[in-house]
Design a protein around this ligand. Structure first.
Ligand SMILES: [Fe+2]
Length: 504
C-alpha cells in the first residue's frame, strides 16, 4: 500500500440509509478498506453529523422518509459546495439517479451494491475531493501571496512619492538606504554613484559602514561585483563569494565593505548607469531569496528616478553657476587691472580655509563666493567701476550697492544659498564701519571675513592706473595695522603666516 493509499484510507465517510442491512453492509465493506465510517439512518441526523464533523465524502440513499436523498444533497451542498456525494438508488429508478447527477451529486450506484463498484466509486470521489482541496489550498496561498506583494508594492510606491518631494541628492540617497535597511531587514546597505566621467563608483550614502570606508572606497567601472553590475544592468544575489571564482580573487581588496550573502541592483536612468545599491548582513543571518531580489530591483528602479532627477537639477545648477562665472569673468576682463582678480582671491581664501581646517563643504562655498564676489558690479556703470579713485558721494553710494546686488543675482542658484551672506558682507569691516549692514566682529560670516583680507591683499599687490603694485612687506604691514579695524585679527595672523611661508 502506497503512502497515498494510506492517506486516502484515513478519509472519513458518512453513510446515510434508512435500511439497516444496507447501511451496515456499506459501512463494513468500507471499514475493511481502512476508511473511517460514520452512519446515520435518516437525513436529518446525517445533516447534524455533517455539521459537527469533517467528512471527505457522503454516500446517501435516495429514497428515505421525511427528507429524501435529493433534499439532503441540496442541503449538504449549501454547507460545502465541493463535497462529493454518492447517491444509492434502487435498480430501476434511473430517472432519479440522473436527476441527482443534475443536482450536483458526484455519482450514483445501484442496488444491490457490488463491492467492487462501491470501492471504486468511493476512491474516485475521494480523489476528486483531494484535488479540489489542493486547488483550494493553491488559490488560498496565491491570494495570500498576491495580497502580500500588493502590500509590498504599495509601501514602495508610498516611499517613492516621499522621495520625489525631496530637494537634495543627499536626502534622497539617505532615505533610500534607510528604507532598504528596514524593508530588507539588513544591517548594511550602501548606495554607490558613478562620478561625472562615469569611471569610478563611490559611496554616497550608507548604513552599517564605518565612515572611513564610506569616504575611501572607490571601485572602477567593470571591477568587482559592483562594477560588473553596471555593465550587465541586472540585479544579482550572491550567497557565497566562493561561488564566483573570478570575483573571489579580486574580492580581497573590497573585504572591508563587502560581506555575504549579498544582493546588488543597478541604479539606472533610460540609457545611463547611475550606480548601484548594495544590501548585506540580514538580521539573523538569513539568506536572501529570489523574491527579495525582485523587490530590491523594484526599489532600485524607483530610487533611480528620484536620484536621476536630483542629478539633473544639480547639473542645471552647475550650468547656471558656469554662466555666472563667465559673467563675473567678463566684468573683470573689461578692466585690465582687475583681470584674474577673483581667481587670485580664491587661491588666498582657500589657503586660509585650509589653515583653519575648515570642512570641505564650507571651503567649496567660500570658493564659489570668491569667484562671484563682485558679480553685483554688472549692475553698475563701467565709468564708475573703472574710476576707482576720486569718486563722488553719489558714485560711491552706487559702488556700495554691489554686494547686495551680487547676493540677489545668485539667489536663482539653490546650491549657492550658503554663499549669499558671504557675498553680501565681503565689504563689512571688523570694527562695524563697513557696508552694507555695518556688521561687526564675528557677526560677519567667516567666509566674508576671509574674502575681505584676500580681496584687499590682491588689490594692493596688483597694478592700478594711478600706481604700480605695492611691495609685499608694505601690504603685510597694512594688513597688520588693520587688525581689529578692517580685518579679523586672527585671520590676518593666519594669512600673514602663509605669506611668509611662501617666501621661504
Ligand atoms: Fe567687492
Amino acid at each position: 500500500m502506497t503512502n497515498e493509499d494510506q492517506g486516502l484510507n484515513r478519509s472519513r465517510i458518512l453513510v446515510v440509509d434508512d435500511e439497516l442491512t444496507i447501511r451496515k453492509s456499506i459501512q463494513k465493506r468500507l471499514e475493511k478498506e481502512g476508511y473511517e465510517v460514520t452512519s446515520a439512518d435518516n437525513a436529518k441526523d446525517a445533516l447534524q453529523l455533517f455539521q459537527e464533523n469533517s467528512f471527505d465524502t457522503v454516500i446517501s440513499d435516495i429514497r428515505m422518509e421525511e427528507m429524501d436523498g435529493l433534499e439532503l444533497l441540496k442541503r449538504l451542498q449549501d454547507q460545502r459546495r465541493d463535497i462529493p456525494v454518492i447517491m444509492v438508488t434502487g435498480a430501476p429508478s434511473l430517472d432519479t439517479a440522473q436527476e441527482s447527477i443534475k443536482a450536483g451529486a458526484y455519482d450514483y450506484i445501484t442496488k444491490p451494491i457490488e463491492r467492487e463498484i462501491l470501492i471504486n466509486t468511493v476512491k474516485r470521489a475521494l480523489e476528486k475531493k483531494r484535488l479540489n482541496d489542493q486547488i483550494k489550498e493553491y488559490q488560498r496561498s496565491l491570494e495570500l501571496k498576491v495580497r502580500e506583494q500588493t502590500k509590498t508594492i504599495f509601501s514602495i510606491y508610498k516611499f517613492a512619492n516621499q522621495l520625489n518631494s525631496m530637494d537634495s541628492l543627499e536626502d534622497v540617497v539617505n532615505s533610500v538606504v534607510n528604507f532598504v535597511s528596514d524593508f530588507m531587514f539588513s544591517k548594511r546597505v550602501s548606495i554607490m554613484l558613478l562620478d561625472e566621467k562615469g569611471e569610478y563608483l563611490s559611496i554616497k550614502g550608507a548604513i552599517g559602514l564605518e565612515e572611513e570606508i564610506v569616504r575611501k572606497t572607490k571601485i572602477r567601472r567593470g571591477e568587482a561585483i559592483a562594477g560588473k553590475i553596471l555593465e550587465t544592468g541586472k540585479a544579482i544575489r550572491v550567497d557565497d563569494i566562493s561561488s564566483m571564482k573570478a570575483e573571489s580573487d579580486r574580492y580581497s581588496q573590497y573585504r572591508s565593505f563587502m560581506s555575504f550573502p549579498l544582493m546588488q541592483a543597478p541604479l539606472k536612468a533610460t540609457n545611463l548607469s547611475l550606480g548601484i545599491i548594495n544590501v548585506t548582513n540580514r538580521f539573523g543571518d538569513q539568506p536572501y531569496v529570489e523574491e527579495d531580489l525582485e523587490n530590491l530591483d523594484f526599489i532600485a528602479d524607483t530610487a533611480s528616478v528620484a536620484i536621476n532627477n536630483q542629478l539633473k537639477s544639480i547639473e542645471i545648477e552647475r550650468s547656471y553657476f558656469r554662466t555666472m562665472k563667465a559673467l563675473a569673468r567678463a566684468v573683470e576682463e573689461k578692466d585690465r587691472y582687475t583681470r584674474g582678480h577673483s581667481e587670485r582671491v580664491k587661491t588666498y581664501a582657500v589657503e586660509m580655509a585650509s589653515h583653519l581646517g575648515l570642512p570641505s563643504e564650507i571651503t567649496s562655498t567660500i570658493e564659489y563666493a570668491c569667484v562671484l564676489h563682485d558679480i553685483g558690479k554688472i549692475g553698475i556703470p563701467d565709468a564708475i567701476i573703472h574710476k576707482d579713485r576720486d569718486l563722488t558721494d553719489e558714485e560711491y553710494t552706487q559702488i556700495k550697492e554691489h554686494p547686495a546686488k551680487g547676493e540677489n543675482i545668485i539667489r536663482v542658484i539653490p546650491f549657492l544659498e550658503p554663499a549669499q551672506p558671504i557675498i553680501r558682507h565681503h565689504h563689512e569691516r571688523f570694527d562695524g564701519t563697513g557696508y552694507p549692514d555695518g556688521l561687526r566682529g564675528k557677526e560677519i560670516e567667516l567666509g566674508a571675513r576671509i574674502i575681505a583680507i584676500a580681496d584687499t591683499y590682491d588689490a594692493m599687490t596688483t597694478e592700478r592706473p594711478y600706481r604700480g603694485p605695492l611691495p609685499k612687506d608694505h601690504v603685510i604691514a597694512v594688513l597688520k595695522e588693520q587688525k581689529g579695524k578692517q580685518f579679523d585679527p586672527e585671520l590676518v595672523d593666519i594669512f600673514v603666516r602663509y605669506l611668509l611661508e611662501q617666501e621661504d
